[in-house]
Ligand binder design. Structure first.
Ligand SMILES: Cc1cc2nc3c(=O)[nH]c(=O)nc-3n(C[C@H](O)[C@H](O)[C@H](O)COP(=O)(O)OP(=O)(O)OC[C@H]3O[C@@H](n4cnc5c(N)ncnc54)[C@H](O)[C@@H]3O)c2cc1C
Length: 383
């Protein structure tokens, strides 16, 4: 019998009830950060579930973390403001030194230290991460960082940043991804001393930014693991991220389906509830079937991940299918609501915008398909 984490889900539902649609709607309008919600999630221990008990977390698996984020989204909220606090620390946990883990993980588990910024994407490299241009050059007991990141979400709401930078040129390595290193950067010391952050207004309220490094000196012991192996270290964490984002998409899909079901039952036009028309009820049923199917893949990927087994294909498929299911449900829900779907007060248009992100980030649909084609189906690499 698959674990469904009913107790955890019930606690998340109770917490989420304190943050209704109006809370998220107001923040969306003002591009505000959900400070109270993040504090409540931290206090409840939800953001520390993946941190081992030895470091102050609850030592649960990705299945539990997925249940938490799915439930947040299913209740109409959004985990984007704090989900990174759950999984970015995975790179530190798996590849950091004992000294680094002891120095940071207990603070992260307690929520006193925020490790929410994950700086990989750059304006000129796009999805081809091997072409990043940010460099970190060793100089005595420091590294000097120069370059720029884009779409670094939550950088203004984070104390620490996980940074991917080149410590050797692309051409110097055997493979294009060699020569990149990962650093745990203390942003509190760096801000104003070579690190600057510029907010990036976007279609959704995601607290995302551009980050600039100008001769920023960071202590040499900010390096995680060995120089040059950073991309490999990040890869381990990407499956976790994909599974958790897929769970958020499932939550969104379930929110859209319930919202549409309720509206289709109550809204009367031509003397009958609109849900009596097959043209309205079939898209709801189809979205439901797609969501249930996608959820099975999310659960499969999570079970493999928690069992310590390879899950690259399943994590990618979970992300693809869940993102498609949520977008299908979003479109259906908007259509079911007719004109009122466009009114802010129904929250449909906000969730519609929010769930569209999953087609693009943290990895775009085409790149998932390219991964499956090449690595699972053995087709020629297309790029
Ligand atoms: C709101 C938001 C938050 C984000 N947060 C973060 C964050 O915190 N940290 C971070 O590092 N990044 C973050 N990102 C960046 C995100 O991961 C990237 O936008 C995403 O991976 C796509 O990369 P890109 O924008 O450079 O698109 P590009 O790589 O420029 O691609 C553009 C389009 O071309 C397609 N394409 C490109 N190459 C191929 C190919 N070979 N075959 C077929 N299609 C192709 C892509 O699928 C895409 O549709 C965020 C983005 C957004 C919008």
């Amino acid at each position: 019998m698959m674990e469904t984490y009913e107790d955890i889900r019930a606690s998340v539902r109770a917490l989420a009830a304190g943050f209704p649609g109006e809370y998220w709607r107001t923040l969306d309008r003002e591009r505000g950060y959900p400070t109270q919600f993040v504090q409540a999630m931290t206090k409840a221990g939800f953001l520390a579930v993946l941190i081992p008990e030895a470091y102050g977390g609850s030592g649960l698996g990705i299945g539990a973390a997925a249940a938490i984020l799915e439930e947040v989204h299913k209740q109409g909220g959004n985990g984007g403001a704090c989900h990174a606090q759950m999984y970015v620390m995975g790179t530190l946990l798996r590849h950091g030194s004992e000294a680094q883990k002891a120095a940071y993980l207990p603070g992260i588990a307690a929520g006193e230290l925020r490790l929410q910024a994950f700086a990989v994407t750059e304006p000129t490299s796009g999805t081809d991460t091997s072409r990043i241009r940010t460099t970190a050059v060793r100089d005595g007991d420091a590294y000097v960082v120069n370059g720029q990141k884009v779409w670094t979400s939550r950088a203004e709401h984070s104390d620490l940043m996980l940074l991917l930078a080149r410590t050797a040129p692309r051409e110097a390595g055997e493979k294009p991804h060699d020569g990149m290193s990962v650093f745990l950067l203390d942003m509190r010391q760096a801000l104003g001393h070579g690190l600057s952050i510029r907010p990036l207004r976007a279609m959704i309220n995601h607290h995302t930014t551009e980050v600039f490094f100008d001769e920023l000196r960071i202590p040499a012991d900010s390096l995680i693991g060995e120089e040059g192996r950073g991309f490999r270290y990040l890869l381990d964490g990407l499956n976790a991220e994909r599974i958790l984002i897929a769970a958020e998409a499932i939550g969104d899909a379930r929110w859209f389906i319930e919202k549409a079901r309720t509206y289709a039952t109550e809204r009367v036009v031509f003397d009958r509830p609109i849900g009596q028309n097959q043209g309205i009820q079939f898209p709801i049923a189809r979205a439901y079937a797609a969501t249930e199917a996608a959820d099975l893949m999310v659960n499969k990927a999570a079970a493999l991940f928690d069992g310590g087994e390879a899950c690259g294909a399943e994590a990618n498929m979970a992300k693809l299918l869940a993102a498609d299911a949520s977008w299908q449900a979003a479109d259906m829900c908007l259509q079911t609501h007719g004109g009122f779907g466009f009114a802010e007060e129904y929250d449909v248009e906000r969730k519609f915008r929010e769930t569209r992100l999953f087609q693009v980030a943290p990895i775009s649909t085409n790149l998932v398909l390219a991964y499956l084609a090449e690595h699972v189906l053995g087709l020629p690499r297309s790029y």
